[in-house]
Design a protein around this ligand. Structure first.
Ligand SMILES: [Zn+2]
Length: 207
């Protein structure tokens, strides 16, 4: 484990106030399905998806400014952000340092629980198999993603892990929220890269 994954917005001391206490469950850790969460009522509505995705986009821009592939993620619980992260694969020299992975770790720390009940994860790019796996492990009930990823997407493009009936959790998901904006930031980033080494960090990321 990396000692510290720098975070964008750390959870504040009062950010958990609206959350109910974590549901303590023992032997049902391996229950068959657990998507019927009582906390669903607190999850963001469709009308707020754009607003939260814009904050994930801010994280993606932060990644671009650090010369990282610009993908950003946030976790919302009880109407507040409890995790905010961007891809840091290069800086941490860590293949697992995708935005979602870091955000999930932050959110679990904020909740004091590996179960991210009552949480919605927003990410600017369709999650890859690794992140989709972590989302399933964390029992995240809702994922909202931006641009589709035809080369690695595990929600719709290559696999449909969130809907696989063989797995013991299913994830409600909404895709292509602010997809153009989320995709453009990536396109601009890679276009800047192709222009050559002198393009500099963050070149072309001014979406
Ligand atoms: Zn990933």
């Amino acid at each position: 484990m990396p000692q510290a994954r720098p975070s964008g917005v750390g959870p504040g001391p009062d950010c958990l106030a609206p959350l109910p206490p974590p549901t303590v469950r023992g032997m049902d850790e391996f229950d068959e399905f657990d998507e019927g969460l009582e906390a669903d009522a607190q999850l963001p509505g469709v009308q707020s998806h754009d607003r939260w995705m814009r904050l994930a986009l801010d994280e993606a821009r932060a990644a671009a400014a650090e010369d990282e592939v610009p993908v950003g993620a946030i976790v919302v619980a009880g109407g507040r952000i409890i995790a905010s992260a961007h891809n840091q694969r290069e800086q941490l020299a860590d293949p697992t340092a995708h935005a979602e992975m870091i955000a999930i770790t932050q959110a679990a720390a904020a909740l004091g629980s590996w179960r991210l009940e009552g949480c919605a994860l927003y990410v600017t790019l369709e999650p890859c198999p690794m992140c989709a796996g972590a989302i399933l492990q964390a029992r995240v009930p809702v994922v909202v993603w931006g641009a589709a990823d035809p080369k690695a997407g595990a929600v719709e493009s290559l696999y449909r892990l969130f809907e696989d009936p063989r797995l013991n959790h299913r994830v409600d998901h909404v895709g292509r929220v602010l997809a153009d904006e989320c995709g453009r930031i990536l396109t601009d980033f890679f276009r800047g890269k192709r222009r050559g080494p002198n393009a500099g960090p963050g070149a072309g990321s001014g979406a």
